[in-house]
Ligand binder design. Sequence first.
Ligand code: CA
Length: 236
Amino acid sequence: MPEKILIVEDEPTLQDTLAYNLQRAGYEVRLTGNGLEGLELAASFQPNLIVLDVMLPGLDGFEFCRRLRQHSTVPIIMLTARSDEVDRVVGLEVGADDYLTKPFSMRELLARVKAQLRRAEMFREELRKAQGDASPETVLRFGDLEIDESRHEARLGGEPLALKPQEYRLLNFFARHPRQMLSRERILEEVWGWNFIGDSRTVDVHVRWLRQRIEPDPSKPQRIITVRGEGYRFEG
Ligand code: CA
């Protein structure tokens, strides 16, 4: 069964190019240029991945992401019109997994698609394993902070933390490597699956969000320590 990709992009030329290249790479493709129709297709077509433009009629890409993320963890690659820090950060905040700035090469897009699909598959496998093994060892404890791998949930003082999927993955990765120096490149590779390009500021943005959730005083972090010029260390 080929993996299914939904393209939500209103620019006809880019639509055609995306569809042609993704089909040629062996994916089953559906297309729409409208955000609202895209949400309906996401439900009926059940894609393995979504390529999503930001500026769309009907519903913009950010709102699309926000609504879809309420019930779905399907990987989303966002297409932004300019290399705008705000678009990028908002995109990640609303739950996009990766982003590409127009114009981009089809080769780069295909590499990102492959990386995201591979990461999603690894994630499903971990989840299957965790569910098959409901032993108490799947809860990692650091004082009042608990990472419950079988439920994909983190708790602070017994209260579940409302983490986005990517924040949870990052915290889980830290928790699995306590007191180790972790470079931004390694974190990107293991948590985001970006082993070919990598924008390390993405890691910094997510660390900042995570600190706001788990640090008593995010301006003086005690759990996630910045190692100047090197990366981060999780002290739990
Ligand atoms: Ca557009």
